[in-house]
Design a protein around this ligand. Structure first.
Ligand code: DNO
Length: 361
């Protein structure tokens, strides 16, 4: 196995899936997790990190990737206060390094993290999936969208949806009036220029997650959307520690993004540290719903995606991404046990076949 197979876990209080169950998934290496209760911008305390590490390792799993250390809005906005939050971020990186963390996943999306218009669309086979309908979104106000996401969350917290921030929607939108794409990009570069030297020192790789979906929403700027934009900030801070979480479902929602090609391109640059692998089915130019991982269920060729990952000699971390809700499971939308475990079995199968076939030649 070149890569390391991981599974996202939301911690002891906030996940109904136990580490013991996760450990039984074939080929599993570790979990990716976070301290979800530390307010964004604050330093993650060492003792809390070590407590989490112990929990994971006691269950026989590795603790090497964090998803996510979220970035304070003042940093994205480029406000004078940002330096204080950047100092805190650096300290968090150092604390995580002490506990053996190798990769930190984060994102630079203004106001909202990922978003969908329906968190439980029912498919004909009775499974439930998450859907993004662009036409529907265009008719929603940001407030209505937040309400619909919260209603669909089944009582679970949604990753990246920090309630404090969503309460200040109006003032945030006001502040983003002065931030266009170029300004946001400059703010990202400023952040990276400051933190990457620390990452180099303590050997922790940063892996930015693409914007999901990869286009502007409600007039807010977005910069992690395609090859050209991604290359700008990778080159601006030209260090292997400044890398990517390449999420097939997020980037792939823009039909112009050729995922196997992007994997090969950024993989050869040595900049992919974490892969999120999932499939989606297009229902319109910019509309889609999430499917099982199987190629024939969605619009992506998962063989080509795994082949590209294989061909770049990927030895970083990989995880199945959102799955469907099946077999009567109740859980956090996108993050049930069953369908993500099926995804792992399938991706492992593709990998074994690709590996053996390539050695036969
Ligand atoms: C959604 C996730 C995102 C992702 C963050 C990374 O399910 O893919 O919330 O974790 O954007 O910072």
């Amino acid at each position: 196995m070149g890569f390391k197979m991981t599974f996202r876990w939301f911690g002891p209080k906030d996940d109904n899936i136990s580490l013991e169950y996760i450990r039984q998934i074939p080929g599993i290496y570790g979990v990716v997790t976070a301290l979800f209760d530390i307010p964004v911008g604050e330093v993650w305390p060492e003792d809390r990190i070590f407590e989490l590490k112990r929990m994971v390792e006691d269950a026989g799993l590795k603790f090497e990737v964090i998803e996510s250390v979220n970035v304070h809005e003042d940093i994205k906005l480029g406000l004078p206060n940002r330096d204080r939050y950047i100092e805190n971020y650096k300290q968090t990186i150092k604390n995580l390094a002490k506990a053996g963390i190798k990769v930190i996943c984060y994102n630079f999306m203004p106001v909202f993290d990922w978003l969908r218009t329906d968190l439980a669309k029912k498919l004909p086979d009775g499974s439930e999936v998450m859907e993004y309908n662009h036409e529907m979104l265009k008719n929603l106000t940001p407030d209505e969208l937040v309400k619909s996401m919260e209603k669909g969350s089944q009582g679970f917290s949604l990753p990246g949806w920090e309630s404090y921030r969503l309460k200040q929607l109006q003032s945030l939108f006001e502040m983003y009036k002065d931030v266009d794409e170029n300004k946001l990009l400059q703010n990202l570069i400023y952040f990276l220029e400051n933190i990457i030297p620390v990452c180099e020192q303590v050997d922790v790789k940063m892996a930015i997650h693409p914007d999901d979906p990869p286009w502007s929403l409600f007039g807010l700027p977005r910069v992690v959307t395609n090859k050209e934009n991604i290359e700008k900030f990778l080159k601006a801070v030209d260090s292997p520690y400044n890398g990517l979480t390449l999420c097939t479902g997020s980037l792939g929602a823009n039909r112009e993004n050729n995922i196997p090609e992007l994997i090969r391109y950024f993989g050869k640059m040595g900049r992919i540290h974490f892969m999120h692998v999932r499939n989606i089915k297009f229902t319109g130019e910019r509309s889609f719903y999430e499917t099982s991982h199987l190629s024939t269920d969605g619009s992506f060729d998962m063989f080509e995606i795994m082949k590209a990952i294989y061909d770049i000699g990927f030895d970083g971390y990989l995880r199945p991404d959102h799955g469907r809700m099946i077999w009567g499971e109740k859980g956090r939308p996108g993050y049930g046990l069953y369908d993500r475990a099926l995804g792992i079995a399938y991706l492992n199968g593709l990998w074994e076949a690709i590996d053996k076939m390539s050695k036969m030649k």
